[in-house]
Design a protein around this ligand. Sequence first.
Ligand code: UD1
Length: 441
Amino acid sequence: MPKVAFAFLELMPFAVCERVHGMSKLIIDGGYRLNGEVRVHGAKNSALPVLTATLLCPGVNIIHNCPKLSDVEATLKILTHLGCKCHREQDTVVVDSSDIVNCDIPDELMREMRSSIVFLGAIAARCGYAKLSSPGGCELGPRPIDLHLSSLRQMGLVIDESHGYLECTVEKSLVGTEINLSLPSVGATENIMLAATTAKGKTVIHNAAREPEISDLADFLNSAGACIHGAGTGTIEIIGVDPKTMHGTEHTVIPDRIIAATYMAAAAITRGCVVLKDIIPSHIAPVLSSFKEAGCDINIWDRTLKITAPPQLGRIRQIRTLPFPGFPTDAGPPVLAMTTIANGSSMFVENVFENRFKYVDELKRLGAVISVSGRVAVVDGVKSLSGASVVATDLRGGAALVVAGLAAQGTTTIDEIRHIDRGYENIELSLSSLGAKIKRE
Ligand code: UD1
C-alpha cells in the first residue's frame, strides 16, 4: 500500500481550471530575450494512460507530478463517471478505484478528448463490458483506431461497431496472444498493455511503440502487481495476472519531453539562455542534434539542461519526424516555428500524422515564409517576424504560435488557446517567469 498520508483526500475534488473553457486569448509582446530557470511539468501523454490504468488497480492510487491540464481534467471526469473517487492536491492526484459503477463513457466526455480510446482496454478488463462512442477524426487528419480494435479482438474482445458506438463484451475472459502491430502506435500499445495485464496467459506485442510514456505506464502497472517486460523496446511481453492481485499504488509521472522541446525552441528563437529543471536526458536526446545544428549550445547535467542560443540561428537542414527514438512529431511545430527566423532554409518531413501543417498558415500571418507540399514543409528563414492576430489550430500548432510570437516584433494575439491548455500548464506564467511579455486575457 502507498506510504503517503491521505489527509488531503478530503480537501477538494480535482481542481477544475474554469478558465481553460473560456474564450481567453494569449497576448504576447514579442522581442524579449528569455533568461532564467523553469521546471518542466509532468508528461500529459504519460499522465493520461497512467490515470486510465488506475482502473485496473482497485484501491487508492497516488499519482505525483500530474500536470494541471484540460486533458487530465477530462480523464478525471471519465474516471469519476466510472465510479472512481478523484482528488487533486497540487501536483498529486489521488484516484480511489475500489468501486466501479459504470462501464461506459458518455458521448460528451468522449468528445472532450479523443485519446480516451485507451480506456477501452482498461474498462473491458475491469468490467467485462465497455461502451464508448467512437472517437472519430481529429485536427491532425483521420486518426484511425483500427489497430486498437483488431488487437483487442485478437485477445477475445467482441466489439460491435454501430450507430457511432463501440459496444464491447468479454465472453469468458481476455486471453493473451501474439500481436504484430503494422505500425508502432502509442495508443494501441497502451490499450493492449491494459487489456493484457489481467488477461489469461501471455501477450507479446511485436513492433510495440518505444516511447518513454510506454515505459512509464509499464512501471506504474508493475508497481501495482502487473508483470510486464520489455517496455521501451519493440517487443513487450505481458504475463497476465489474477485481477485480485492488482492493488492501488504510488507513482511519479515522468517529465514532459515535448514541453522541454517547446521551451528550448522558445529560448532559441529569442536568443535567450534558459535552464530547464527536471528533464530526463535520454528522453530529450532525439531533439538535441537539431538544436545544435541551429547553433545552440547545450549542457546537460543530472536532470538539468541549459540551452544558450547563438545571436543568429542557423538553419536545420532536415527534420524527419518518426516514432521514438526518432524526432518526435509533437516537437515538430515549435521547432519549425524556431526556424522561421533562422539563416537559410529548413525542411520538415512529417512521417507520423497526415495533416500536421495546418498551423503553418497562421505562422505565415506573422511573416514566416513556408511552403507545404503534402507531408513536407520548407521554411525559408526571414530576418524578423511581426505580430498579428492568429488562431491556434491544434495543441502543438498553438505552441508553435507562442514560440513565434515571442520573437515577433509588436503584439501577437493568439485565439482558441483551449488547444494549448490541453498540454501546457499555465504556459503564460512559465514564460513570464523567464522574462517574456505574455498574458492571458
Ligand atoms: C500519441 C500521443 C500524441 C503523439 C502520438 C505520436 C497521447 C495521448 N498522444 O497519440 O501526442 O503525437 O502518440 O507520437 O499519447 N494509427 C493507425 N491506426 C491505429 C492507431 C494509429 O493508423 O489504430 C496511425 C495514426 O493515424 C497516426 C500514427 O498511427 O498516423 C501514430 O499514431 P499513434 O502512435 O497511435 O498516436 P496516438 O496514440 O494517437
